[in-house]
Design a protein around this ligand. Structure first.
Ligand code: 5GP
Ligand code: ZN
Length: 112
């Protein structure tokens, strides 16, 4: 399958990886919108949050374990934001499930 994040997960396309195990990979966003901005993705291709189900949800849960682990390692104790744009109207540009983790700036709410 011709999927950018599958290629990043396999190492075919290089990235600045912060963490990797057999289920998930975390890497820096190429176009950061905060001083800390990385993405956590499952290695397995799941298109988006809309495709999470009883069979694959443990993979999504594992991504959140990775997020908590990296938040501790990177000392994000002041807080961080996790975002998963899902579908066209929400601005998803890469159709492979990913969680943005953003930190070290002020954030507005509701998100624009
Ligand atoms: P989305 O727009 O789907 O919510 O998020 C996709 C994110 O992937 C964007 O923030 C974009 O900067 C990032 N991105 C797109 N292509 C690459 C790439 O080749 N390498 C890395 N590290 N990030 C990418
Ligand atoms: Zn993929």
């Amino acid at each position: 399958m011709d999927c950018l994040f599958c290629k990043i997960a396999s190492g075919e396309i290089p990235s600045e990886k912060l963490y990797e195990d057999e289920i998930a990979v975390a890497f820096k966003d190429i176009n950061p919108t905060a001083p800390v901005h990385f993405l956590v993705i499952p290695k397995r291709h799941i298109e988006s949050c809309a495709e999470i189900n009883a069979e694959n949800s443990s993979v999504a849960g594992h991504c959140f374990e990775v997020i908590a682990r990296l938040a501790k390692e990177l000392k994000l104790e002041k807080g961080f934001r996790v975002v998963s744009n899902t579908g066209e109207q929400a601005g998803q540009s890469v159709p492979h499930l990913h969680f943005h983790v953003l930190a070290n700036r002020e954030f507005g709410w509701p998100a624009g």
